[in-house]
Design a protein around this ligand. Structure first.
Ligand code: SF4
Length: 435
């Protein structure tokens, strides 16, 4: 019987996709997926360190795996991902959890098969600062008709609360021809929705020949490929999204009208402290540009409350930007200290009681906005891509990122159908297939 593996993934979509690459490497070594971590021969923890809570969960899981390894001593435990690349963490992990077989940094993922073969009883650490792009890692995709494609890695922005640039390195764009060839292959393989991934997709190509290999030109080239498919992308930094990007989207119905563009705060003072490099007026001007070029745009964003020194006035500016933007979806966060970032040592940390009150107010505001926008969809017909079959229903997605539930059978998965929205229940849309 072949050896089995289990990957436990923490954090964002980038990590979920990275786990597909880890799975691809393990399967090339002859391993097969295991149902449960406790019975797997190889367990990979693909970690996140954007929030301290994710780190705490990793440590909790390692405690459980220690017991599993006592029962199954030949189990191999590998820890990789952002947490391992943060300063001093690998050594600390090695000391605290000597039962880990390998600790691998974000730039050394391709070493997983080698480390497995050269497995040693002592914890091996493979972490370098060298940043590159490895085009040769196989990918075992697990996401049905959806596929993710990295177009770039790293980030140059150094937002003062964020650890990503320290653990993922500087921006590195993949060559356009490699991305196009991947997407072409995915379309041929039957994938219908392809999401381009990058910490800041709008700066794609700045490190290449930014004139011809930029994000709008990538979108245009991808939308020219044959077939019926949809291209999505995330994340957009407000300072970098260009009018040309909106033009490229407007020209093609293969490009999604869903834009995730985090504001983080509506207070110019807080935005400066966050090192976001735009003002609330500049953010709203970008939103206006998107709405005028793409009247059916679906917007989502991230807002953080309780950043150091945030006052009631700052928070009220945040409520104003949320009201003016009208997000369809909003991801809301309470600021928490992330050691290794400039914000972690700022004076004026906000009491947790204020943070909790503010986030409740923000969630209530967003619920009312989202519900009002959803209500406006009732009676309209949208082209919907059927993505999932759950509890006897089909879940689909419109081209502007709205989720819709409707009656239908599994055969509809992967099909584009026209759906008339018949009901909005607390921001959840329901519809009927009009073919
Ligand atoms: S843009 Fe800012 S928040 Fe996003 S990954 Fe880069 S540093 Fe972090």
């Amino acid at each position: 019987m072949s050896s089995t593996y289990k990957i436990i993934t923490y954090g964002c979509q980038m990590n979920v996709h990275e786990s597909e690459k880890i799975a691809g490497m393990l399967e090339s070594e002859g391993l097969t997926p295991a149902e449960e971590a406790e019975i797997a021969d190889v367990i990979v923890l693909n970690t996140c360190c954007v929030r301290e809570s994710a780190e705490t969960r990793v440590l909790g899981n390692l405690g459980i795996l220690k017991k599993a390894k006592e029962r199954k001593p030949d189990m191999k435990i590998i820890v990789c991902g952002c947490m391992t690349q943060a300063e001093g963490v690998a050594e600390k992990l090695k000391k605290r959890c000597p039962f880990i077989n390998a600790i691998i940094g974000t730039h050394n993922l391709n070493k997983i098969p080698v480390l497995l073969r050269a497995y040693d009883k002592k914890t091996q650490i493979e972490i370098t600062e060298e940043q590159g792009i490895n085009e040769k890692i196989p990918i075992a995709r697990t996401s049905g008709i959806n596929a993710w494609v990295n177009i770039m890695y790293g980030c140059n922005n150094f937002c003062s609360y964020c650890i990503v640039p320290y653990v993922r390195g500087r921006e590195r764009s993949r060559e356009k021809k490699n991305i196009i060839s991947d997407v072409k292959q995915l379309i041929n393989d039957g994938y219908k929705q392809i999401t381009l991934l990058g910490q800041n997709v709008n700066s794609y190509g700045n490190d290449l020949n930014g004139k011809t290999e930029n994000f709008p030109s990538l979108l245009r080239d991808l939308s020219a490929l044959d077939g019926k498919f949809r291209i999505k992308f995330m994340t957009s930094h407000p300072k970098d999204i260009l009018i040309e990007t909106a033009d490229a989207i407007a020209e093609s119905d293969k490009l999604s009208r869903f834009v995730h563009m985090p504001a983080q705060s509506g207070s110019d003072r807080i935005l400066r402290l966050m090192n976001r490099k735009y003002t609330s007026a500049e953010y709203l001007a970008k939103i206006d540009m998107l709405k005028s070029k793409l009247p059916d745009v679906g917007l989502s964003g991230d807002i953080m409350v309780g950043f150091p020194t945030e006052t009631e006035d700052d928070f009220s500016d945040t409520l104003k930007i949320v009201t003016a933007t009208e997000y369809n979806n909003l991801y809301t966060f309470i600021y928490s200290r992330r050691s290794g970032t400039p914000a972690a040592v700022m004076e004026g940390q906000v009491p947790i009681s204020d943070k909790k009150r503010r986030i409740r107010e923000l969630i209530d505001l967003q619920f009312a906005i989202g519900n009002r926008l959803a209500e406006k969809c009732v009676g309209n017909t949208y082209e919907v891509l059927c993505t999932e079959y759950k509890n006897g229903k089909i879940i689909g997605e419109t081209n502007c990122g709205k989720a819709v539930t409707l009656a239908g059978n599994k055969e509809l998965i992967g099909k584009f159908i026209n759906v008339r929205i018949t009901e909005n229940k607390n921001s959840k849309l329901y519809g009927v297939n009009t073919l």
